[in-house]
Design a protein around this ligand. Structure first.
Ligand code: URA
Length: 430
């Protein structure tokens, strides 16, 4: 064990001692965890100290008690919302993030149309994964920021809200998340689980369905890690009195046929109109059934609400309530570039990570915090794995306002798209 200075001044602990304890593979005590999360939020623990601790947690892990205590400390750093005055039960869903994952858009109004309120606090894009708020902001007039009172009123009236989390909700997580993003410490399961669950528990939902993504386009690349993350989050939610279930779903190839903000809104509206790609429809219905069951409504079938237009009505009311015009044309990018198949064959690979990075480089995501995203940028897919393609047929269309981005976007697709002619012959894309 290394020598660490004794506690000093008015603080109960010293950061170096807490960092050293985790560095040396000890479990942190409840008191150490409460203190370090609170002291970091107050600015007493410096960012470089918290980043050292986050790295020690990434390398040495935390046990279930530590993760639960860390989650509670992050919840205690801010306010808790309360939806108990609503006339219907609440259920929320959280996806750990992927490429083309627009499911929240059709899902929230669909579940609302079935009688369960959906208080969906969403985020912006992170790295190669898209953000729900960025997508909805491509609808003219739509605004992400609502007060707690506005959110409650819309939940009672429309039944669904998708908005930004206020600054008062788990501020420790906001600060820590930004730090992890730039210190290589995002991928720690204890930190991801506590980050997600602190916000969901503080938000006050009665039931929660977690869509834990696994594959190249997800933060969890292996099923083993995804399962561990799912089990950790389900335990945290259950212990906090939130009915919590998790699905593990594939993110090795993009979801649906679009990746990019306005492109994904368009596809979501197609789903609400009764069309859309089957993988998006199937996952939307599967998650809706889980949310309804977790909220105690096993008597309704969401497929009916999708088919008879009730989900579309809820969507239109949800968008209008936040200032958006559901009938306004969506923005489109100024320039396009079509990627075609070089040979006849079957599309065997369409890698989610490559497509996500490419869409991001086209302008659908940010390279610096606070940067504007391009509403029309992204990728439209014309084929999915398993489809037969002919030489020269379009595989995908790249969209951007700034054509100088095409070169690096195409680089991201190298190796991400494979057309195989036979079991031995390999084609490609150009
Ligand atoms: N989403 C979050 O909110 N937090 C994480 O740590 C990862 C994904």
């Amino acid at each position: 064990m290394s020598q660490t200075p004794p506690p000093s001044g008015t603080e109960r602990f010293d950061a170096p001692a807490v960092i050293a304890a985790k560095r040396d593979r000890h479990a942190l005590t409840d008191e150490q965890i409460d203190w370090v999360v609170d002291a970091y939020t107050r600015g007493v623990v410096a960012p470089e100290q918290m980043s050292a601790l986050a790295m020690a947690i990434l390398l040495n892990g935390m046990d279930r008690r530590e993760i639960a205590r860390w989650t509670n400390a992050m919840i205690a750093s801010g306010e808790r919302m309360d939806f108990s005055s609503l006339s219907r039960p609440t259920a929320d869903k959280h996806s750990t993030g992927g490429v083309g994952d627009k499911i929240t858009l059709p899902l929230a109004p669909l579940v609302a149309a079935c009688g369960v309120a959906v208080p969906q606090l969403s985020g912006r894009g992170l790295g190669h994964t898209g953000g729900t708020l960025d997508k909805l902001e491509s609808i003219p007039g739509w605004r992400a920021a609502l007060s707690n009172e506005e959110m409650l009123a819309q939940l009672e009236d429309v039944g669904a809200v998708i908005c930004a989390a206020g600054t008062g909700l788990a501020p420790a997580d906001k600060k820590l998340y930004a730090l992890r993003d730039v210190t290589g410490t995002v991928e720690a399961i204890p930190l991801i689980a506590s980050s997600i669950m602190s916000k969901k528990i503080a938000e006050g939902t009665g039931a929660l369905v977690l869509d834990v993504k696994v594959g190249s386009g997800a933060f969890m690349k292996t099923e083993e890690n995804a399962r561990e993350l799912a089990e950790t989050m389900v335990a945290l939610g259950t212990d906090a009195g939130v009915t919590t279930v998790a699905l593990l779903t594939d993110m090795s190839t993009p979801l649906g046929l679009t990746a990019g903000n306005a492109l994904e809104v368009r596809e979501s509206v197609e789903v609400l109109a009764g069309g859309g790609p089957s993988d998006v429809v199937d996952l939307t219905l599967a998650l809706a059934r889980e949310m309804l069951a977790a909220a105690g409504r096993t008597d309704v079938d969401p497929a009916d609400a999708l088919a008879d237009g009730r989900a579309m009505d809820a969507w239109r009311r949800m968008i209008s309530a936040q200032g958006g015009d559901p009938d306004a044309p969506l923005p489109t990018a100024r320039e396009t570039h079509v990627v075609t198949a070089e040979s006849d064959g079957v599309l065997t690979t369409l890698d989610a990570f490559g497509v996500g990075v490419s869409a991001w480089r086209l302008g659908a995501g940010r390279s610096r915090p606070g940067e504007d995203v391009q509403a029309g940028a992204g990728i439209e897919l014309h084929a999915k794995p398993g489809d037969e393609v002919r030489a020269g047929a379009p595989l995908m269309t790249l969209h951007t306002d700034t054509p100088e981005r095409f070169e690096r976007a195409l680089e991201a697709l190298e190796g991400a798209v494979r057309v195989e002619a036979t079991a031995s012959g390999v084609g490609g894309a150009s």
